[in-house]
Design a binder for this molecule. Sequence first.
Ligand code: CA
Length: 320
Amino acid sequence: MVAGLVHGVLLARESAAAYSYWPVHNVAPADSNDSSTYDASAQVTYSLDDSSLAERWGVSKIEAPQAWQITRGDQSIVVAVLDTGISKDSQGLAGRVVTEVNFTDSPTCDDLYGHGTHMAGTIVAVAPECRLMNVKVADDTGRCEPSVVADGIVWAVNHGAQVINISLAMKASTDLEEAVSYAWSRGAILITAAGNKGGSEPSYPAYYVDCLAVAGTNEDDSLALLSSYGDWVDVAAPGFNIYSELPQNQYGYKTGTSSATAHVSGVAALVLSIAEDGNGSGAVNDEVRWAIENGCTTLAEDGVGYGLVNAFQAVTDMTS
Ligand SMILES: [Ca+2]
């Protein structure tokens, strides 16, 4: 059995530099909330811990703070995280999960593996006012199946997700391709990881034309270690030593195209919150995709599509 061919694989792992360094923030315990739904009518203003933001070099690199002068996102925008679940005890994520569902044999929607929580943390670090949908498609050992991911995509779209974050890679699958096409046709935008194989071999669902395929970069804008690349990749974003939430209210670093994907999902949420259907297609996902790609900074690297995502340029493009 070869990982990534039979089962889907998660696309971020602990950064080497972080093995002995998982800082724990001193924060008050989050209110526990065992309900599976969140009161969408409640208006809450979120704030980022400045010390946390300082650790998140990727958020600064893509100029999200500059974008916040135009929009910090909107609580009506829901980003579905198709992953290992989202931990409810993470202080930075408390109250942000609008709804959740479990497609695995795990007894809980919570993240016992420590991947989905990290992605969710990066998404809301980029789009502070947006909300999350926890679609657990990978089990507590990090495994997922393409047909289950396909089911998760359809469920997310049917329950109001406008952005779908897929920090997973797996084999090609008719179910998966059909779910991706369905999501796009319903106006959602799919942000997907290019993969961590370090070559140009396609990953799925990222390879599908209706997905925005994301490669990972280092702080100096070079291609991150093991990031896949190729003419099928659409954009790049920070994917090395990314600091974010972990279960049990901890924080830590991960490296991979998973984290790059999460940054772009945050940008998509920001752009969506101000997007208009300029071409009268009946949806704004086409305008959002254009703004993200058009706003990129060209990189010297080959195989990274339009280049490095820039949140400020993307929201500026959408307003101009
Ligand atoms: Ca449109």
